[in-house]
Design a protein around this ligand. Structure first.
Ligand SMILES: [Zn+2]
Length: 119
């Protein structure tokens, strides 16, 4: 196996399952419910967690999250970033490969100008 293929495999092996992927972010807000006598009036407020995603054109979708769904959403967001990082790494390796092949071609072309004319 070529070095590039091995490096690509290494990048791909570390990826979380694609089906976990979730684009968006977690937002935590502290809210005051307004009930008289509630502790939130004198504290930072009730912690509320949302999953937010923005679409082209600026439309935003927001889902209020119960605490038990937060780890699943965090895994999904981490998977999204891991896949994008992998796309960048694979792309960089392929770019290197294109440069290397281009260099090889240049070298062989300058070494045998006759074979180039024959093609
Ligand atoms: Zn309250």
């Amino acid at each position: 196996m070529t070095e590039k293929r091995e490096r690509q495999r290494r990048v791909l092996r570390k990826l979380p399952p694609l089906e976990q992927l979730l684009r968006g972010s977690l937002v935590v807000r502290f809210l005051r419910c307004g009930k008289p006598g509630c502790h939130c009036a004198s504290s930072e407020g009730h912690r509320a967690t949302y999953f937010c995603v923005t679409f082209p054109g600026g439309k935003t979708e927001q889902i209020s999250l119960p605490a038990e769904l937060v780890p699943q959403v965090e895994r999904g967001i981490a998977a999204y970033h891991a896949w994008w990082a992998a796309v960048e790494k694979i792309s960089a390796l392929n770019r290197e490969e294109i440069r290397r092949q281009r260099q090889l071609r240049k070298r062989s072309a300058s070494r045998s100008p006759r074979s180039r004319r024959l093609r």
